[in-house]
Design a protein around this ligand. Sequence first.
Ligand SMILES: C[S@@+](CC[C@H](N)C(=O)[O-])C[C@H]1O[C@@H](n2cnc3c(N)ncnc32)[C@H](O)[C@@H]1O
Length: 246
Amino acid sequence: MTSGNDMDGTMVWDSQGMPWSVAFDDQYFCKEYGYEEALYVVCQGNNLKERFSSLDSAVDGVFTIIETGFGTGLDFCCAWQLWDECAPRSWSLHFISVELYPLSADQIVRALSLWPCLSPHKEELAAQYRPGSGGMGDFSFGSGRIRLTVIFDHVIPALAAIKEQGLAPNGADAWSLDGFAPSKNPEMWSDGVFSGMAALSRCGTTLATFTVAGFVRRGLEAQGFEVQRVLGHGRKKNVLTGHFKG
Ligand SMILES: C[S@@+](CC[C@H](N)C(=O)[O-])C[C@H]1O[C@@H](n2cnc3c(N)ncnc32)[C@H](O)[C@@H]1O
């Protein structure tokens, strides 16, 4: 292991050069197929390809994704790549994420270098990404078609800030929940998080996550989400998708 330098001093590079959280004893993404898993869990789980492709090009609008746990930005870059491929030019993507222990731009570059197909996104992201503790970063990419907002705070106040500051005026179109395994980081999967999500959702808002833990499913259902286990990817037998019923 070689040490990293995230703002809590908890990230290291393991023997295979993958980012590993010492504090949470967990990986940032799947070692063997992190990119494919992000595409499968986050993008396919939220049906993003079809939804991006069917946006009405005769009008302009904003599609909003909210993520819990920005990490290396892998999920963000996958959504951005898909947006470039499928969405009409008149629409923009607002990707909002929360992150309490941000990695540096250099660490993000090193982590994302595993996937050459994300090279342009990685370079553009790293050129702007400057994490700050307790603040908010607002970044613009792809000639303004992509807006990234990261709230550098604990997930619960961060979700409240998104609501209070009107960052998602129409609520989220899709959620990606990715805060390490629930058994290792229950704070990212608490009722306070699920109620914060409900306050930022509307009828039809979708969600996707790699975990099928029972208390996560029950917590989401208690806040008005309908969830189902679906076939997983790689070694994950099942993952979770859902939508908000209100
Ligand atoms: C599995 S990683 C996220 C991976 C990420 N989605 C990606 O694409 O690389 C989980 C992230 O949640 C963050 N995190 C953990 N506890 C948190 C908390 N209470 N509030 C906000 N972020 C938290 C960690 O610092 C870590 O970056």
